[in-house]
Design a protein around this ligand. Structure first.
Ligand code: NAD
Length: 480
């Protein structure tokens, strides 16, 4: 059986304890590899290696850092097929999705920041001929980069790339649920000649690896993407240590369809927003508000479209949905569907575990599910489910839908579908979320600051914001 290894000081190493955890393939429910069950000793070794490497990496000219990162991106592309298969096997998502979204985005992330670091600039503030002020930005040191299981390599590189480009060294902790692409990435780093200690990857359980990492005295900065509960815990232990912290957390995103929307575009985007990656994207539109004038027609069209989405073998290019990530997660989603029914929700389509044939019969498949008839403020419409489940809710007026959309504790993203430009802009401004799309969903420009409001996060990542986050500003005032 394949053994995943930690990547510390440029080498692939066993966890110091010698202990391993099982790694499951969600498509068939079978163990297919072993994950290091790392602990504080492994983190101490990784942080020490990163601290040592910082002395050189932080002083390496930007052009050289950029060249090394570009080589890393090229090396990912050389290993494209292997990464696609690994991401799908580890996570359960269709290979076609990994090939179109997750894996191409990893080199795109790296190239973006390798380029951005060469084109960064600073402002000068002049004081009426008396003085000038300018800001120097210095890397912070060893950065902790913690990523979740839903887009494993995509989100790992989204953090690691700006941290390294800005001159920090990194200790990364991928999710223990989907460690394989991070492991392959560590092999790619070795192949591409990344200097030793610049990036270290330690695998293992959340708090057993995460707590020693986030509280390590030699780690001044933590970039975390994951659940709101974990984010709250990390904030509570790192704030008294005055660490710099970025939190990208959960969402319960509204998708708002007005009567005057382009109907076909709105239906197909609503299905995409609800079910892509089995609904396991933080930006998924899990609350679908549809204006009453088109509600019945829209509901029927969405049901029809959803019924055509094949749940199947992730390796099959006809499968639109694969397996959800784990048995525990599948049960959590099924429990939420049961809760929805107990609250009076009517299942319009789906609602059950899908049992596939042969080797896949023990896989974790759930039918794409539409629920109608729930109050906008009930638990199912307020808490993140993170599965292929969407709740459809009718509305009358713009004011009413804004109030319902803003009723959750989250504020990550929203979509609005209308052909009325003024209304689109007006509603976008009124929705409490860090990202709003008008007439589309999940269109990402890497230059744009990304992140959530309220319990969906603190800080923004993306573009020059990430380079700012991973550097400390020092203001210099010169009397002239
Ligand atoms: P999670 O919070 O359980 O785990 C995320 C990561 O944190 C994993 O690597 C985990 O091992 C680690 N972790 C757990 N406990 C820790 C601790 N005490 N200290 C440090 N690290 C710890 O989240 P998940 O289930 O992997 O991911 C799903 C969640 O992530 C959803 O809520 C989703 O909305 C959110 N998410 C948010 C974004 C965003 O950009 N806002 C993107 C993707 C996913």
């Amino acid at each position: 059986m394949d053994k995943i290894l930690n990547y510390i000081n440029g080498e692939l190493v066993e966890p110091k304890s010698g202990n391993y955890l099982d790694n499951y393939n969600p498509s068939n429910g079978k163990v297919y590899s072993l994950i290091p069950d790392s602990d504080k000793d492994d983190i101490d070794a990784a942080v020490a290696a990163a601290k040592e490497a910082f002395n050189t990496w932080s002083k390496t000219p930007k052009q050289e850092r950029s060249d090394i990162l570009m080589k890393l991106a090229d090396a990912i592309e050389k290993n494209f097929e292997e990464l696609v298969k690994a991401e799908s096997k580890d996570n359960g998502k269709p290979e076609s999705l990994a090939a179109h979204v997750d894996i191409p985005r990893a080199p795109a992330n790296i190239r973006f920041f390798a380029g951005a670091i060469l084109h960064d600039s600073a402002k000068v503030h002049e004081m009426d001929g008396m003085a000038i002020n300018y800001t120097l930005r210095k890397p912070l040191g060893v950065a902790a980069c913690i990523s979740p299981w839903n887009l494993p390599l995509y989100l790992l590189t989204w953090k690691v790339a700006p941290a390294l480009a800005a001159g920090n060294t990194v200790v990364a902790k991928p999710s223990e649920v989907t460690p394989m692409t991070a492991y392959l990435f560590s092999k790619i780093c070795i192949e591409a000649g990344l200097p030793k200690g610049v990036l270290n990857i330690v695998h293992g359980l959340g708090s057993k690896v995460g707590d020693p990492l986030t509280t390590h005295p030699d780690v001044p900065v933590v970039s975390f993407t994951g659940g709101t509960v974990t984010g709250k815990h990390i904030a509570s232990i790192t704030a008294p240590m005055f660490k710099k912290l970025s939190l990208e957390l959960g969402g319960k995103n509204p998708n708002i369809i007005f009567d005057d929307a382009d109907f076909e575009k709105a239906v197909s985007n609503a299905a995409r927003a609800a079910f892509t990656n089995q609904g396991q994207i933080c930006l998924c539109g899990s609350r679908l508000f549809v204006q009453k004038g088109i509600y019945n027609k829209f509901r029927e069209a969405l049901i029809l479209k959803t019924k055509k989405l094949t749940v199947g073998d992730p390796k099959d290019s006809n499968s639109k949905l694969g397996a959800v990530v784990s048995k525990e997660h599948m049960q959590k989603i099924l429990d939420k569907i049961a809760l929805a029914k107990s609250l009076g929700g009517n299942i319009l389509t789906g609602g059950e575990r899908e049992i596939l044939e042969g080797d896949l019969k023990s896989g974790y498949y759930i039918q794409p599910t539409i629920i109608e008839g729930l109050d906008f403020d009930c638990e199912v419409n307020q808490e993140e489910i993170f599965g292929p489940v969407v709740s459809i809710i009718p509305f009358d007026t713009e004011e009413q839908v804004i109030e319902m959309a803003n009723s959750t504790k989250y504020g990550l993203s929203a979509s609005i579908f209308t052909e009325n430009i003024s209304k689109g802009h007006r509603v976008a401004a009124a929705i409490d979320s860090g990202v709003v799309w008008i007439n589309t969903w999940l269109l990402r420009d890497l230059r744009i600051p990304f992140g959530g409001m309220k319990h969906s996060g603190v800080g923004r990542e993306g573009g020059f914001k990430s380079l700012e986050f991973f550097t400390e500003p020092k203001n210099v005032c010169v009397k002239i």
